[in-house]
Design a protein around this ligand. Structure first.
Ligand SMILES: [Zn+2]
Ligand SMILES: [Zn+2]
Length: 276
């Protein structure tokens, strides 16, 4: 591929719980994992169950240098971490970044708490990769590589979550999950991260009609994604964090309705590739 392309690959777009079965073949059932390829650099966002297929394909592609950013550490965003093949490859290097618990728990503690008995058979010291843990605070601008800028901001989610905006080669993509909106209000922190983005990826767990029954769960709707996208002048908006109950037919219908309101809107699916 052209080395000047900013490419996004969706490895897991399901929220809350992985699903499988006939009703989920088209959009897929893995939980959140998104890859951004900026030239030779690979950034990964979240370690949901989609991280396992991502890791297998990237290994086959010869990639051994990774930066993995956590939005937060609810199970659907970390469950794939112990199954990331790079962690066990002595030739791989993996940098793990988190900021949602700044001052409360470090990235290294978060991984250690999660990967240990009785929840998991072995502890992180079994990993053979060179692993670096990097803590940051929301609002900081990160530089995983000299030519890649990663801006951060706080989202409205129980326990906290971080939204990311990646800028490279004059283009920008933002990952905004998990977050709950207040009806009638466009979150200034979200607008700030997505302004004029080429691709805006957003938590669309619910529809506007379902939102009132789920106040306090920390999620948003596809209709709100479009309101944000229009206000911020983004080019395309990808819906992710699909409810585990949302079937292919329902996501098709959502994508169709959304496309009529905003031509650049679509429901993302596992394995989908978008070049900015
Ligand atoms: Zn989630
Ligand atoms: Zn969450």
């Amino acid at each position: 591929m052209n080395r000047n392309v900013f490419r996004v690959r969706f490895w897991g777009v399901r929220g809350s719980l992985p699903v499988s079965g006939a009703a989920f073949q088209q959009y897929g059932g893995n939980t959140i994992c998104i890859e951004m390829r900026c030239g030779d650099h690979r950034l990964l966002f979240d370690a949901g169950s989609g991280l396992m297929p991502a890791g297998q394909v990237l290994k086959a592609e010869g990639v051994s240098d990774f930066n993995l950013f956590f939005t937060h550490c609810h199970y659907d965003h970390i469950i794939g971490l112990p199954y990331f093949p790079a962690l066990f490859d002595p030739h791989a290097s993996v940098a793990l970044w988190s900021g949602h618990m700044a001052g409360r728990m470090s990235t290294r503690q978060m991984i250690g708490e999660f990967m240990r008995p009785p929840w998991f058979p072995v502890e992180p010291d079994i990993c053979r990769a060179s692993i670096g843990c990097i803590d940051f605070r929301s609002g900081e601008t990160l530089s995983p590589y000299p030519d890649v800028v990663v801006r951060t901001g706080s989202l409205n989610h129980p326990g906290g979550a971080i939204g990311y905006r990646v800028e490279w080669n004059g283009q920008a993509a933002a990952v905004i999950t998990d977050t709950e909106h207040t009806p009638g209000i466009l979150d200034p922190a979200v607008l700030n991260l997505i302004q004029d983005a080429d691709l805006f990826i957003y938590d669309c767990t619910y529809t506007d009609e379902e939102m009132p029954r789920h106040v306090g769960y920390g999620h948003s709707s596809w209709q709100h994604a479009i309101r944000l996208a229009k206000a911020a002048g983004v080019k395309r908006v990808a819906f992710i964090h699909h409810s585990p109950l949302r079937t292919d037919a329902e996501l098709d219908a959502i994508g169709k309705s959304a496309g009529q309101e905003f031509p650049g809107a679509f429901a993302a699916r596992d394995g989908q590739v978008i070049d900015l």
